[in-house]
Design a protein around this ligand. Sequence first.
Ligand code: HEC
Ligand code: HEC
Length: 340
Amino acid sequence: MNFTHHFLASSMALLCAGAAVAQAPAPVNLVGRAVPEIEKLPAGPYRELVQYGHELTVRTFAHIGPEVQDVRRRLAGNNLACASCHQQNATKPFAMPWSGVSATFPQYRGREDDISTVEERVNGCMERSMSGKPLALDSREMKAFVTYISFLSQGIPVGAEVQGAGMVQSKMPNRRADTVAGGKVYEAKCSVCHGADGQGMRVGKVGDAQGYTFPPLWGPDSFNNGAGMNRLIMATRFVKHNMPLGSSHDAPQLSDDEAYDVAAFMLSKPRPIKANLEADFPARWNKPVDSAFPPYLLGASADQHRFGPYPPLVAKQKEMMEQLKAGAAAERAAAGKSAR
Ligand code: HEC
Ligand code: HEC
């Protein structure tokens, strides 16, 4: 046996051993899974930071909102709470829960075309959903968010598939969303809480940093146009299984058509504008088809990206990805020949 053969054989053995060790852990189902209780933690610095992370999640506006006394702490640009979207203290299945997030980050993110850490993900929502500024990585607030996320993720192994993560992957109707029909759904099923004008209902009055009983859905105190919630597919999925309040993945109250149209109605309204959005998704081919801002690669209109129909765009994007893959494979083959 010459050296090359020996080398190959031993690396094959190593690879196989590696594969055996790296078996994927069993999937974790968040539905019906007990949520860890902060009260059960022993007193001390860890519990204090988890508690602060929880507090920042449900009362973001009172600590880092635009109306807090100390101007240096005005980091969020609106008076929402993280829990306005990440419902039930960020533990509700299929409402983008944070349970398990510590086990799924760092991960590749198309928006940056790079590997993103939990901290960067938190700041993604700070700059978009909260329409504000990023938290300093060494701030007590960032540490508190990361610690709370890690606390909620306990018992969920790295690499496990987490059922109940993100949102229910519902299909979009194959038509342009109808904002007029959506307006009627809004009037019938949303305005009682979020207001006919979409501005929600404050706990107290403007300037008191007490946030909302029912958060606004558009206008100056809402998420900005770079937010995940400003994408129609994302908003449709959130609304379908989480709104009106009391809905859940197994007890939705809207049809697929109603959710799609009412989400489009909400996203057709004005909201804060984020600067530099053209820098998002630098690898343009993986830009989501429902991104609400240019540039676009697929030759479709801006209106189709904002309001659908999406199935033709998804098909086009898939075709483009296959062409790219085939191109890359041909390039590799050509490079392999010339190297010989
Ligand atoms: C307006 C709604 C909204 C608000 C408010 C919001 N988020 Fe999010 N967040 C989302 C959406 C939508 C996603 C999923 C988007 C995506 O995958 O691109 C998300 C994803 C996340 C994730 C990753 C979850 C996962 O499963 O990978 C983290 C962590 C997160 N947000 C943290 C925060 C923090 C911290 C705050 C408050 C400072 C916050 N978010 C406020 C809508 C919101
Ligand atoms: C009974 C009151 C109620 C009704 C009705 C209701 N919501 Fe909500 N909505 C809430 C509350 C409260 C929150 C904050 C999250 C929480 O506390 O669980 C929220 C949060 C939201 C959010 C994320 C936060 C934000 O401000 O952007 C969206 C989007 C939303 N609702 C859309 C809708 C739509 C669309 C409808 C109608 C189909 C609707 N809601 C009906 C009470 C309601």
